[in-house]
Design a protein around this ligand. Structure first.
Ligand SMILES: Nc1nc2c(ncn2[C@@H]2O[C@H](COP(=O)(O)OP(=O)(O)OP(=O)(O)O)[C@@H](O)[C@H]2O)c(=O)[nH]1
Ligand SMILES: [Mg+2]
Length: 260
């Protein structure tokens, strides 16, 4: 496996040439969910950095992580990636605020379910007090393009065991809703630099997280985000590209299955 990881370069042919075969969709939509401050926005930045081959910083991240979500003022922020000079890569990320505790103060699970189905328009600001029902930001007739094609749970490798139970339950609820819709799901562990450096430790974490979230171990990826580096490196790029490639592959399978 490590061979395969090392052979991925920022110019990864698969990602560069990828286009959904399903003609109804121009961009594969990947939604990231997870606890506050776990590195969701940093992962999007890291993908951008890998693809641009330099450190970039588009998705707002927070260097002082507290208990409330930094990605707050946006509802669903959409990020696509420049594939200079040919335009954009054919996949995009949706970033959300993190799940907070107490549960009532964060984004509603009902809103995320609506987002999975494509009912939530870009720019909607989630309201902790009430879920979206109708209005300017409600899309009553979503197309396949508006829907989420891959759901990624982002979990902290270093503090998995102290992940709040309410947050775990929210993650599971969203995951079950996505399963009912047939949406493929992966998980990434961020902050592996702060977690146990031994592989065995990480494998135990993968198994623990697998049973917590109900995602099979082979759908889980260890990732180190670019958070303090000033240049990109092959080792960090490889982990990010490996996870990204898996996201795009399962999303493509989902779209093809829908096409029949
Ligand atoms: N050591 C380390 N720090 C990281 C990593 N990924 C992110 N961080 C740091 O964690 C903090 C929070 O990262 P964000 O990307 O803002 O987290 P988020 O999940 O988007 O948070 P919310 O939007 O608040 O839900 C920032 O200070 C990042 O620099 C990582 O892999 N390793
Ligand atoms: Mg964020």
């Amino acid at each position: 496996m490590w061979h395969e990881v090392k052979s991925l370069t920022p110019k990864s042919y698969f990602l560069k040439s990828y286009q959904p075969r399903n003609a109804e969709v121009k961009h594969l939509r990947i939604l990231l969910i997870g606890p506050v401050g776990v590195g969701k926005s940093s992962f999007i930045d890291s993908v951008d950095s890998v693809l641009q081959d330099r450190i970039t910083g588009r998705a707002p991240t927070d260097a002082v992580t507290g208990s409330s979500s930094f990605t707050k003022n946006v509802g669903i922020a959409v990020f696509d990636f420049t594939k200079d000079p040919e335009g954009f890569y054919s996949f995009m990320f949706n970033d959300l605020m993190g799940f907070e505790r107490p549960a009532e103060s964060g984004v509603h699970v009902e809103d995320i379910k609506l987002a999975l189905k494509g009912h939530v328009k870009e720019g909607y600001k989630f309201k902790p007090e009430e879920p979206l029902t109708e209005g300017d930001f409600y899309n009553p007739n979503p197309t396949l393009s508006d829907r989420v094609h891959v759901l990624v749970s982002v979990v902290p490798a270093e503090s998995l065991s102290i992940m709040n139970i309410e947050v775990v339950e929210k993650l599971r609820e969203v995951r079950l809703a996505a399963s009912e819709m047939g949406i493929p799901q992966l998980a990434i562990f961020t902050r592996i630099d702060e977690a146990c450096p031994e592989v065995k430790g990480n494998i135990n974490k993968v198994e623990k997280c697998s049973s917590l979230l109900g995602i099979p171990p082979n759908c889980m990826f260890l990732v180190k985000n670019y958070h303090s580096e000033i240049t990109t490196s092959n080792a960090i790029n490889a982990l990010i590209l490996f996870a990204l490639r898996a996201m795009v592959s399962v999303g493509e399978d989902f779209l093809n299955d829908l096409q029949g």
